[in-house]
Design a protein around this ligand. Structure first.
Ligand code: 13P
Ligand code: SF4
Length: 302
């Protein structure tokens, strides 16, 4: 079967099931092309709340599909390949977080949305790359454990008076972005805007022109008059940005910025998942209830 045949089959199944396909900005082009909605982690999870459809096929990584399930527990949410995980989210678990909390028992715990549902049950507040600074500033406690991304924690620390205590996790894709990459890009593309994801090393974030979530990058590229934009994040978003902004030059900051988890989901996985209604996200009610608390507080503070 050709790629186009597979895509047609998926769209037929989608109509038959009255299903919706959501895809993160890092997904493969052939998946982005047939998705109903593209977005960043929180945009997609929140999208599910307002959808009439019962069957949602979430092309992203595990924690994103779990967050969608926590926000919409009555919907059927499928992750087309159960191996699509986020290595950073897996760097912290309940045991390591409890031990870390014991060392800083008077601190509030702010978790990045890139955490498992189980980890969220031990956290006070949640945040995304888009709102991490504003949520940290709105928490009353002056001491905040930030889990699991040490780079995003370091970036938040530059924007707040609070004491930010970082958990030592990181994203192997963004941790590979350094200030030398920014310097090279400036030399090669002096007229370009350089935008970067805050999971990158702090020295790179501070050297870039703008530090944005992937959703923020999509809006920036659309709204700016600047014609060349260097993108410091996973390479999958370059396809979307170029497609939506054909008059602009979208330039990946460097080669090799590839998230294996994001690229795990193939068109064949999506077809199989829709054919057999397989790999539905299931979470115990208790976890859903407790993991909802930090997310609810984030939504209240946003
Ligand atoms: P966004 O929420 O900005 O899409 O980031 C998700 C992510 O995993 C970045 O690596
Ligand atoms: Fe996780 Fe990094 Fe992949 Fe984002 S790019 S899903 S943080 S491993």
């Amino acid at each position: 079967m050709t790629l186009v045949d597979k895509q047609k089959k998926i769209l037929n199944l989608k109509n038959k099931l009255n299903a919706i396909i959501l895809a993160h900005n890092y997904q493969l082009p052939e998946i982005q092309d047939i998705a109903d909605f593209l977005g960043d982690s929180l945009e997609l999870s929140r999208k599910v709340e307002n959808l009439k459809s019962e069957h949602i096929f979430f092309c992203g990584v595990q924690f994103m599909a779990e967050t969608a399930k926590i926000l919409s527990p009555n919907k059927h949410i499928y992750l087309p390949n159960p191996r699509a995980g986020c290595e950073m989210a897996d760097m912290v678990d309940i045991k390591s977080l409890k031990e870390f909390k014991q060392k800083h028992h008077d601190a509030s715990v702010l978790c990045y949305v890139n955490t498992t549902a189980e980890t969220k049950t031990e956290c006070d507040f949640c945040c995304t790359s888009a709102n991490a600074v504003s949520i940290a500033n709105k928490i009353e406690n002056s001491r905040i454990i930030f889990v699991p991304d040490k780079n995003l924690a370091a970036y938040v620390r530059t924007k707040t008076e609070k004491e930010i205590i970082p958990f030592p996790g990181f994203c192997y894709v963004h941790n590979f972005i350094t200030k030398y990459d920014i310097k090279n890009a400036r030399e090669l593309y002096p007229d370009a805007a350089i935008i970067i994801h805050p999971e990158s090393t702090l020295e790179a974030s501070l050297a870039a022109d703008h530090v944005l979530s992937t959703g923020g990058m999509v809006r920036f590229a659309k709204e700016t008059d600047i014609k060349s934009i260097v993108i410091g994040t996973e390479e999958g978003i370059v396809y979307r940005l170029q497609k939506e902004n054909p008059d602009k030059h979208i330039i990946p900051l460097k080669a090799g910025l590839i998230c294996k988890g994001m690229k795990t989901i193939t068109i064949d996985d999506l077809l199989k998942s829709m054919t057999h209604l397989q790999y539905e996200i299931t979470l115990p009610d208790d976890i859903i209830h407790r993991a909802y608390n930090p997310i609810k507080r984030m939504l209240e503070l946003s």
